[in-house]
Write a protein that binds this ligand. Structure first.
Ligand code: NDP
Length: 476
């Protein structure tokens, strides 16, 4: 029998995805530019299921039942385009090309349009969970046509992570929707990690405790509302001791965070769409800042006295304050991320189900968390929710956390401990709920120097004041 699906590109991700497919009973055709990888996959894991090993792209395509479904898992960028172009010459109308790599959604839109002209379906698919997820059950975010999902859905839903019997996979929407949602997922991941890092830093500056003691606090938090994969592994990393020195591992790691670009893409897209994802942006910039070693060195010399301690009167109250501030800031980050998805969906006509998206992030992916059930419930109850912040569960958590949030941010500022994501999330919250914003003054300034006009609170119309003249107001 022919293979039900094929995977080309058998480095760590493609290899694990192919094994996951085979282990779930699908007949998988496998191919890699360098055939040695294909041979070693079958030699090492051939007993896990049915692999159809192929050496040429033509044999690979010929090994597939129709409509053919081919997963491309090669290096992102040029190599992905090269493989797609080659496949396009070999496939026939109705066949499906799935890009499970980390593509920018705009590239996916371009590739989808190009393949559609050949009668082919192109399905940009976000896959989260790293190599472990690919093997044991990732969170899968497929874009592309409804028609392609009829073939791919049953396969992907079977190999995805399962939570409460629900697969962490659903059709996100047309063309680039899947890669867009994966991009925002990664942006939220940046914010989540930055918030956790700030919480750790504040706890350390406040308690003067060793990382291993702080690990216990995170383990405790992981039994409550904050329960999530990232909080869980924070406990593991903080508890880890370096074997060669016996010192806390975290103290031996150079404090310069790296990035592969999805945070940057998220912020760039949000700027284009006009969505204030301040938490994700702060997190992305915080990584950049950490990498500017020369500036940091110069500033340390010019302004000595960093490494201050926080004033803590009562240990338990302080730990609880940081926990509540972390939860409130995290709610802001997710509210902003879902705003971003909602705006992308409107801009590109994707009709993305926001609650459904929360459902498929509950397992498999890096931001998997208990919290995501609450997000789904919020959108189930009110599909046109203006912001997650006001959904009952989140509104309550934020309200309950506000005094803690203010104490932590104020104390961090007083002591000089940087908490950019905590403080900007609090500012976002305060700005959203403000009776009046100084945006009114900005409009006045814009009208003054550039005749950009303004609206009034007391009557309709568009107005301009003759600033250089007699300062009378004219209707624009
Ligand atoms: P790599 O990104 O390291 O890519 C290596 C694979 O690409 C090999 O199979 C290689 O073939 C193939 N390749 C490279 N150039 C070409 C070319 N010009 N023509 C044909 N094949 C080529 O592999 P990974 O498994 O790490 O990642 C695959 C994709 O998954 C990437 O897009 C990456 O961004 C994404 N990814 C996603 C993760 C996630 O959690 N979702 C995690 C990690 C990666 P050869 O063996 O012949 O060199």
């Amino acid at each position: 029998a022919k293979a039900q699906i094929g995977v080309t590109g058998l480095a760590v991700m493609g290899r694990n995805l192919a094994r996951n497919l085979a282990r779930n009973g699908f007949r998988v055709a496998v191919h890699n530019r360098t055939p040695e990888r294909t041979r070693s996959l079958v030699a090492e894991h051939g007993d896990e299921g049915t692999f159809v090993a192929t050496e040429s792209m033509a044999d690979f395509v010929a090994a597939l039942e129709r409509p053919r479904a081919v997963i491309v898992m090669v290096k992102a960028g040029g190599p992905t385009d090269a493989v797609i172009d080659e496949l396009a010459t070999l496939l026939e109308p109705g066949d499906i090309v799935v890009d499970c790599g980390n593509a920018h959604f705009a590239d996916t839109q371009r590739r989808e349009a190009a393949l559609r002209r050949h009668g082919l379906h192109f399905v940009g698919t976000g896959v989260s969970g790293g190599e472990e997820g690919a093997l044991h059950g990732p969170s899968i975010m497929p874009g592309g046509s409804e028609e392609s999902y009829q073939k791919l859905g049953p396969i992907f839903e079977k190999i995805a992570a399962q939570v409460d019997g629900v697969p962490c996979c659903r059709h996100i929407g047309p063309d680039g929707a899947g890669h867009f949602v994966k991009m925002v997922h990664n942006g939220i991941e940046y914010a989540d990690m930055q918030l956790i890092a700030e919480a750790y830093d504040l706890l350390r500056a406040g308690l003067g405790a060793e990382p291993a003691e702080l690990a216990e606090i995170f383990r405790e938090w992981n039994r409550g509302e904050l329960e999530s994969f990232l909080i869980e592994i924070t406990g593991d990393v903080l508890a880890h001791t370096d074997a060669s020195t016996g010192r806390p591992f975290v103290d031996l790691v150079r404090d310069q965070a790296e990035q592969k670009g999805t945070g940057r893409w998220t912020v760039q897209s949000a700027l284009d769409l006009g969505i204030p994802i301040t938490g994700i942006a702060e997190a992305t910039f915080a990584r950049s800042l950490s990498g500017h070693a020369d500036q940091r060195e110069a500033a340390r010399r010019a302004f000595p006295g960093g490494g201050a301690k926080l004033k803590v009167d009562d240990r338990d109250t302080f730990v609880e304050d940081v926990r509540r501030a972390l939860l409130a800031s995290k709610i802001v980050a997710y509210a902003q991320g879902f705003d971003h998805i909602s705006a992308g969906s409107r801009e590109y006509d994707w009709n993305i189900d926001l609650g459904g998206t929360a459902t498929i992030w509950r397992g498999g992916c890096i931001i998997r968390a208990r919290f995501l059930d609450r997000i789904r419930e919020a959108y189930d109850e009110q599909p046109d929710l203006s912001t997650l912040l006001v959904a009952p569960y989140f509104a309550e958590a934020v309200s309950a956390g506000v005094p803690s949030w203010r104490r932590v941010v104020a104390e961090a500022a007083r002591a000089g401990v940087p908490a950019p994501a905590f403080s900007s999330s609090l500012a976002y919250f305060d700005a959203l709920r403000a009776e009046r914003l100084p945006a009114a003054l900005i409009q006045g300034l814009r009208d003054n120097f550039g005749a950009h006009t303004y609206h009034r609170v007391d009557r309709p119309g568009t107005f301009h004041t003759l600033w250089a003249g007699d300062r009378s107001e004219v209707e624009a």
